[in-house]
Design a binder for this molecule. Structure first.
Ligand code: NAD
Length: 278
């Protein structure tokens, strides 16, 4: 893995916030010598529900910092992955700035609405959740693939443990992430002749803003504190801790490197051993 990522160009969506999984992925890839496009909303809070989003200022700071620390090129590119025109504009800007893209990480995601069963889940929140988590992968992949074809490449989609093991009162997110896993597999088959591998990661609990927000909601829903909810969760994780965004960075770096050259169409659990079925 040491050498083969050097000089490649990677695009990571949802990478414009230092506390998130996308940033950890972009940082890891930059550390391995990749040029990175930091794609995020570039707008302040509210646009992705109550969870803070990557602002223009933070995206610019991240790009400057990664470029300086790892001596790579890094670009901050605004795009709303729920809007096709915005995604197309981002792809056009990147064609100008960096030409070919070797690696795409479809990581942006959010969850709208409060924990609720299927009867009471608010329809608008359900549809927006599926849009930002699933339709976005289709939208961004379609726009970016023309920049990837012609050379070997790799795509990693961020799914979730929720796409494999049904969580309670979170049906939109679970259905969307299950869709991401199947989309990963269909893309893997379709893109194999183009020498583009496609895999998914399925994080369990990773310490980020999104996870903290969800824990807060669940704690209120189940009548416990966030600390109690986290402690309860840790009991179900064989490795005994909540994951760190860097854990995702390491797995994604492996999946886009030639160390995983014979792997495609798979969905890897990243959950400290929570999910162990055959
Ligand atoms: P996060 O909230 O820290 O990061 C999500 C990023 O996506 C933010 O930078 C946000 O600005 C960006 N984003 C949101 N809506 C967007 C839009 N419409 N257009 C462009 N960018 C947008 O959350 P995270 O935990 O780092 O989540 C990253 C991915 O990992 C998501 O797909 C999430 O569903 C998935 N995931 C997270 C966990 C976890 O425990 N943290 C578990 C399973 C899956």
């Amino acid at each position: 893995m040491d050498e083969d990522l050097k000089g490649k160009t990677a695009l990571v969506t949802g990478a414009g916030k230092r506390s998130g999984i996308g940033y950890a992925v972009a940082e890891r890839l930059a550390a391995l010598g990749c040029n990175v496009a930091i794609v995020d909303l570039g707008r302040s809070s509210g646009a992705a529900g109550p969870v803070p989003t990557g602002t223009r200022q933070e995206m610019e700071a991240i790009a400057a910092d990664l470029g300086r620390r790892f001596r790579v090129q890094a670009w901050a590119c605004e795009a709303d992955v729920t809007e096709s025109a915005s995604v197309a504009a981002m792809a056009a800007a990147l064609r100008e700035r960096c030409g070919h893209i070797h690696i795409l990480v479809n990581n942006a995601g959010a969850s709208f609405g409060v924990p609720a069963d299927i009867i009471s889940y608010e329809e608008d929140a359900w549809i927006r959740t599926v849009d930002v988590c699933l339709f976005s992968v289709f939208r961004v992949s379609r726009a970016v693939l023309p920049l990837m074809l012609g050379e070997p490449g790799a795509i990693v989609n961020t799914a979730s443990r929720a796409g494999k093991v049904p969580p309670l009162f979170n049906s939109a997110y679970a259905a969307a992430k299950a869709g991401v896993i199947m989309l990963t597999k269909t893309m893997a088959r379709e893109l194999a002749p183009h020498r583009i591998r496609v895999n998914a990661i399925c994080p369990g609990q990773i310490k980020t803003d999104l996870e903290s927000w969800r824990f807060g909601l669940e704690a209120a829903f189940f009548g416990s504190t966030v600390e109690e909810r986290e402690a309860e969760m840790c009991k179900s994780i064989p490795l005994g801790r909540i994951g760190a965004p860097e854990d995702a960075g390491r797995l994604v770096a492996f999946l886009v490197s030639s160390d995983s050259r014979y792997i495609t169409g798979q969905a890897f659990n990243l959950d400290g051993g929570q999910c162990m079925e055959l």
